[in-house]
Design a protein around this ligand. Structure first.
Ligand SMILES: NC(=O)C1=CN([C@@H]2O[C@H](COP(=O)(O)OP(=O)(O)OC[C@H]3O[C@@H](n4cnc5c(N)ncnc54)[C@H](O)[C@@H]3O)[C@@H](O)[C@H]2O)C=CC1
Ligand SMILES: CC(C)CC(=O)C(=O)O
Ligand SMILES: [Mg+2]
Length: 371
């Protein structure tokens, strides 16, 4: 029987295909053991698409992304394509997906698994039990602002311009998601900007404050400057529940939060659009927070857990498959409890395993859970 779960998989470049391979094994396992099948198609994005088609994302792949129920993404980029003109770089493929799918809400949960409290670069007591949600605005701000570009001035020197733009509706819609998330979690939102030096920061703060007055009953709202937030994240991260912030600050603060959990290789994300009021459908793309990690690509040593946790988020948010999502997350917890670690999270006394062996052990755990 044809599946009604349409999924587009875009592994990308570098470690992207390596970590995605482990998800594909779980997808096959679900088909065999849980009788859950996806209408799955795989496509190219980033450097892989440039090599094959001369563009980081073809119009056909963009159209596919718009008509499936969910996109599972790996990572793009690498030194091979670094010298291309800006608009042709691998990263533009991902930015186009985010923009054209209107994925304005990027949920980046930073959770410390019980077995990982000693893997963080912070002391155990600071991170044990940590569960924070960074909500990054994903379709506005300086990554998309106009004007942008580089010009050569009369004296031969150059001038580069990027522009940070935010409108009230853009801020409102992401702030609304922050309040909704907080309501289901710890009831606290930190809104993060730089209202002391940026006009967009002032508008951000005013808009969030106003929305909080109108719709944020019962939610504790704090405003914080982004530089202070970076410091607070490594000083006392447990003060946070939901952090809502712009595209650039969210990109940086989530990489920073990754180290609280032990590694950038542990952090998943979900990028969501607005819910269609008539169909209830929501555009969605799931991807690890990390990039293509060219320094370790091709060695079978990358941590696949961020990609696998992104897949669990996909099951949860796009397909309402709570039991299957729980199963994948529990299997990951058990694998970590049993002491298996890829190189990035290795510590003496644990077993260092490759990407593939991490996938093997996960499948064994899934078998046990399904028995
Ligand atoms: N969403 C995406 O596709 C992203 C793409 N990039 C691109 O990736 C390329 C490399 O960028 P970097 O700044 O080096 O960031 P990166 O996230 O690829 O790597 C940063 C560091 O973390 C390590 N790391 C990342 N993921 C890991 C994993 N799963 N397991 C173990 N170690 C891991 C890497 O080895 C590296 O030392 C660039 O071309 C960049 O533009 C960067 C971030 C996001
Ligand atoms: C377009 C991406 C390469 C930017 C990034 O680092 C991210 O979204 O995490
Ligand atoms: Mg990033």
């Amino acid at each position: 029987m044809a599946s009604n779960k349409k999924l587009l998989v875009l592994p990308g470049d570098g470690i992207g295909p390596e970590v995605m391979r482990q998800v594909r094994r779980v997808v096959d396992w679900m088909d065999k053991r849980r009788h859950v099948s996806f209408d799955l198609q795989e496509g190219l994005c980033g450097g892989a698409a440039i090599d094959a088609h001369g563009t980081p994302l073809t119009d056909e792949t963009m159209a596919d992304a718009l008509q499936v129920d969910a996109v599972l993404f790996g990572s793009v980029g690498g030194p091979k394509w670094d010298d291309l003109p800006f608009e042709q770089k691998p990263e533009r493929g991902l930015l186009r997906l985010r923009k054209e799918m209107d994925l304005f809400a990027n949920l980046r949960p930073a959770m410390v698994f019980p077995a990982m409290a000693d893997a963080s670069s912070l002391k155990r007591e600071l991170v044990e039990g940590l569960d924070i949600m960074i909500l990054r605005e994903l379709t506005g701000g300086v990554y998309f602002g106009e004007p942008r570009g580089v010009e050569t001035l009369a004296d031969g020197t150059k001038r580069a311009v990027d522009t940070q733009v935010y409108t009230t509706p853009e801020i409102e819609r992401v702030a609304r998601v922050a309040f909704e998330l907080a309501r289901k979690r710890g009831g606290k939102v930190h809104s993060v900007e730089k209202a002391n030096v940026m006009h967009t920061g002032v508008l951000w703060r005013q808009t969030v404050t106003k929305l909080h007055e109108a719709e944020g009953q019962g939610i504790e709202l704090h405003h914080m400057y982004a530089d202070n937030c970076a410091m607070q994240l490594v000083r006392y991260p447990k003060q946070f529940d939901v952090i809502v912030t712009d595209n650039l600050f969210g990109d940086m603060l989530s990489d920073c939060a990754a180290m609280l959990t032990g590694s950038l290789g542990m952090l998943p994300s979900a990028s969501l659009g607005a819910e269609d009021p008539t169909t209830g459908r929501r555009m969605a793309l799931y991807e690890p927070v990390h990039g293509s990690a060219p320094d370790i690509a091709g060695k079978d040593i990358a941590n696949p857990l961020a990609e696998l946790l992104s897949f669990a988020m996909l099951l949860r948010y796009s397909f309402d498959m709570q039991e299957d999502a729980d199963m994948v997350e529990t299997a990951i917890t058990n694998v970590l409890n049993a002491g298996f670690r890829t190189a990035d999270i290795y510590a003496p006394g644990t077993a260092k395993v490759s990407t593939t062996v991490m996938g093997d052990t996960l499948l064994r755990e899934l078998d046990k859970l399904a028995a």
